[in-house]
Design a protein around this ligand. Structure first.
Ligand code: BGC
Length: 525
């Protein structure tokens, strides 16, 4: 098929070893880094719609919002100041991820996670105690730096720690924690919005300290990955770590491959200049397009604006928050589907299936809204009709939760060779943050102008991204992370950018089939 890579999709080069309790625990602890990102995604929308918060910090916005008598449901009150405040976090994260890549490479992945956790913690304290807009914005920037560091280091850490055949499952722990963070935030907002004294927003913002404390303390107990230890010259420690995480003494083959990868890595002093070389063209393209496409699925329209959206289609204030909780639950549970299938079905099947499911739902939701709201945006929906809309939104969220959600973090973290892995991951994070920012900023204006067509707009992007995956993303399941170059080399399109001399000897031996088991497993996908 056009995805075309000759890879051993039945498990690649399989190193000896098993899934140890130690590696499982370290991956669970590291994955909690996703909680801080998720918590923030879920908390901001709710807080910025609380009257007491607006009155204290953005009185002008509050006044204008109350004066807004517009009955057109497509054109809700849109304050650029308020959305800029929310989005400042994503801009801070974007910049921070570049610094994180330096820390991650020079000092190891765990210190980036620790740095992320502690900065987020300070940001949460500042926000919870905020007396003025300055404190609020400073806090927000610190939260952003925290997210930038965590999102840069956690996915890479998980992909390096995991045995190749379970890498998908363990890496998706990160996305699972993101979804749990979002759900907890939705529930907390639901509760704090009811606090009468007008300080509910403080509780919502300050509780961000809980997930921050979990990853800060947790990271102190985490060992560093063997890949990073070797790269930083700690060969004996790396060997011990490999024995421990694989639960066997038979680690020579994997160790040698890691050493070979590290030797390549040491040739490269400046990953930023190197990443532009033709042999990394495939990975660079993925690091840019995968996060871009992930955001163009339109998922954050639901995550940030679910309460607005549900109110638009006729739910009252409370009910709309409840519906947000329902999508939050669907998001968490559907993520398990990918956890249990990603290493069996592979990444491509999930991408293609999830994409098709999202496409159908976007067309259905757009059409349901078009039928009732037309172009003037005035309508009253019956309970059954609204329930249908919510149902299709939930099916859409489920499709995202087992495809572009987790794979948007997994795939970029597993495709880079060691020498440009940190740099590549920070490109992934920054593109993701940039488009999260753009969508958050533009959504209300887009809805006002494009009306129900907004759903068709995102549907169009889903067609493009699904086609892209079908043709350009080779299957990466089960392939050891330091052997990934072979997958690209044998791809119908990307292969032309990689010459034989770009592949080190260990890889070549595998490619030539010195290992009989591998040889017999080679298939064209
Ligand atoms: C995305 C976020 C999104 C979340 C929803 C993540 O993978 O990066 O932008 O809000 O999934 O679960």
């Amino acid at each position: 098929m056009a995805g075309g890579a000759i890879v051993n999709t039945a498990g690649g080069k399989e190193y000896p070893g098993k899934l140890t309790l130690f590696v499982l625990l370290t991956c669970i602890v590291a994955a909690t880094g996703g909680l801080i990102f998720g918590y923030d995604i879920g908390i901001s929308g709710g807080v910025t719609s609380m009257d007491s918060f607006l009155k204290k910090f953005f009185p002008d916005v509050y006044r204008k919002e109350k004066e807004d008598q517009n009955t057109n449901q497509y054109c809700k009150f849109d304050s650029q100041i308020l959305t800029t405040f929310t989005s400042s976090l994503y801009l801070a994260a974007l910049i921070a991820s570049f610094f994180a890549s330096l820390v991650t490479r020079a000092f190891g992945r765990k210190w980036s996670m620790f740095g992320g956790g502690i900065t987020f913690l300070v940001g949460a304290a500042l926000n919870g105690a905020a007396q003025n807009v300055l404190m609020l914005i400073l806090g927000r920037i610190l939260l952003g730096i925290g997210v930038g560091f965590a999102n840069q280091s956690v996915p890479v850490y998980l992909s390096e720690m995991a045995p190749a055949r379970l890498r998908g499952m363990l890496n998706i722990g990160f996305q699972l924690m993101i979804t749990i963070g979002i759900l907890c935030a939705n529930l907390i907002n639901y509760g704090t919005a009811k606090i009468k004294g007008g300080w509910g927003w403080r509780v919502s913002l300050a509780l961000a300290a809980v997930p921050a404390a979990i990853i800060t303390v947790g990271s102190l107990f985490l060992p560093d990955t063997p890949n990073s230890l070797i790269d930083r010259g700690y060969d004996t420690a790396a060997k011990d770590m490999l024995r421990r995480i694989r639960g066997t003494d038979d680690i020579a083959e994997e160790y040698n491959d890691l050493v070979a990868a590290s030797e390549d890595s040491k040739q490269i002093k400046n990953p930023w200049g190197n990443i532009l070389r033709p042999k990394y063209r495939a990975q660079l393209t993925m690091a840019i397009l995968i996060p871009f496409f992930q955001q163009l699925t339109g998922i954050n329209v639901i995550m940030f604006y679910a309460p607005v959206l549900f109110r638009t289609i006729g739910f009252g204030g409370d009910a709309s928050l409840m519906s947000a909780v329902i999508t939050g639950l669907v998001n968490v549970f559907a993520t398990f589907v990918s956890i249990f299938t990603v290493d069996k079905l592979g990444r491509r099947k999930l991408f293609l299936q999830g994409g098709s499911q999202m496409l159908v739902c976007q067309i259905v939701v757009g059409t349901l809204i078009a039928i009732k709201f037309g172009t003037d945006g005035v309508a009253n929906l019956s309970k059954t009709y609204s329930a249908f809309v919510v149902l299709f939104i939930c099916i859409y969220v489920a499709g995202f939760a087992w495809s572009w959600g987790p794979l948007g973090w997994l795939v970029p973290s597993e495709i880079f060779p060691l020498e440009i892995r940190s740099a590549g991951q920070s490109i992934n994070v920054s593109v993701n943050m940039f488009f999260t920012f753009v969508i958050a900023q533009a959504f209300l204006a887009m809805l006002c102008h494009m009306k129900f067509g907004l759903f068709y707009f995102f549907a169009g992007w889903v067609v493009i991204m699904t086609t892209f995956i079908a043709f350009f993303l080779p299957e990466t399941k089960g392939v050891p992370i330091e052997e990934m170059i072979l997958v690209w080399k044998s791809h119908w399109f990307w292969g032309r950018f990689i010459s034989d001399s770009d592949i080190h000897v260990g890889n070549l031996e595998m490619a030539n089939g010195n290992n009989n088991k591998n040889n017999s497993n080679k298939t064209v996908v």
